[in-house]
Structures are given as structure tokens and as C-alpha cells.
Design a protein around this ligand. Structure first.
Ligand SMILES: [Zn+2]
Length: 179
């Protein structure tokens, strides 16, 4: 599986909410960088495609999904490596991964998941400086479930509706730490 959260996809210029907000002067990152994972939490949930916010970790839909419901679990802190995380961040990242699986299963009936993180550019991380765990739902025969070509017009709506469904299900997940 390749990492697909990086820029350069055909429709990148059509819909990059964090960059639009940045251009408009909203949610400017406080640091010297413009890391999207640092900017996204400063946006509203709908604009940032945020599904849930925890104490130290948030859940966000991937703008360039490998599959429908492709979530990322991301610490707020801008650190690159899993060994950089505190115990609290490891715990909430794990809890959020579990909740993401429960929620995506309940909403979409996913048959399986690819869970994991690419550590470093050499390993395929699209945004290598800010750790993020992927949770990609899988269905039997889903190889071509969401082709990239042809979705330039519908994808923002699809993502917005997907975010709403998942956020509502997340909020009702009784064991969720971040609801
Ligand atoms: Zn960052």
C-alpha cells in the first residue's frame, strides 16, 4: 500500500481547505512552517474534515483517501517519530485507532483495515515531519472502490458527508475517550 496523503494529486489545487484558510489569513500556523497537520486543528471541524478531537490526538479524514472513510489519527504536537510521543499521546493514539475502527465499521460495514504509519520519507510518509497513523477501511473487491480520476467535482461533497456520518457515530461511541 502506498502513502496517499501527500500533495501532488490531480485535484490538489481544486480543494485544499487548509491552504484556502491560510490564504484568507485564518488559522495561520504559529511556527515557521505551514504543516497541514498543525493547521487543521485550528480550523472548524467541517472545514478541516475533523471527525473528533481528543486531549492530545485528533482524528481527521484524509483529503486524498485511499478508500472511503480513510482516517488519520494525529497528535497535535509536531513530532516526526513514534518514539517522540509521550505515554499519554501513545495511549490516546491507540484509543483513537480503536474508536476509528469501531466507528468506521458501524457506519460502513468495513470488512477489514490497514492500520499503520509510515516513518520517514524513505518509508513513504507524505508529510514526514508530523507523525500520523492511517486507518484505511477495506472491503472485499475494493481495489477500484474510489478511483482518483473523475472525482474532482464530487469529492468535497463526499468527504463532507463522510465526515458528518463518522463524527456523529464517534460522538455516540460509548467507549470513546475523545467524544
Ligand atoms: Zn505539524
Amino acid at each position: 500500500m502506498t502513502d496517499v496523503d501527500g500533495p501532488g494529486k490531480p485535484f490538489e489545487h481544486l480543494w485544499t481547505p487548509y491552504r484556502m484558510a491560510y490564504i484568507q489569513g485564518e488559522g495561520k500556523p504559529t511556527g515557521a512552517h505551514d504543516c497541514p497537520f498543525c493547521v487543521i486543528p485550528t480550523l472548524g471541524d467541517e472545514e478541516g474534515l475533523i471527525v473528533a478531537r481528543g486531549d492530545v490526538v485528533f482524528a481527521v479524514l484524509n483529503l486524498y483517501p485511499y478508500n472511503a472513510g480513510h482516517l488519520m489519527l494525529v497528535p497535535y504536537r509536531h513530532v516526526p517519530d513514534y518514539t517522540d510521543l509521550s505515554a499519554a499521546e501513545v495511549a490516546e493514539l491507540g484509543a483513537f485507532t480503536q474508536t476509528a475502527m469501531r466507528v468506521v465499521r458501524s457506519v460502513s460495514g468495513a470488512h477489514g483495515f490497514n492500520i499503520g504509519m509510515n516513518q520517514g520519507s524513505v518509508a513513504g510518509a507524505g508529510i514526514a515531519d508530523h507523525l500520523h497513523q492511517h486507518a484505511v477501511p477495506r472491503w472485499g473487491g475494493d481495489t477500484n472502490f474510489m478511483p482518483v480520476i473523475g472525482l474532482t467535482r464530487v469529492l468535497p461533497q463526499v468527504l463532507g458527508e463522510t465526515r458528518k456520518l463518522l463524527a456523529e457515530a464517534w460522538a455516540t461511541d460509548s467507549t470513546s475517550l475523545g467524544a
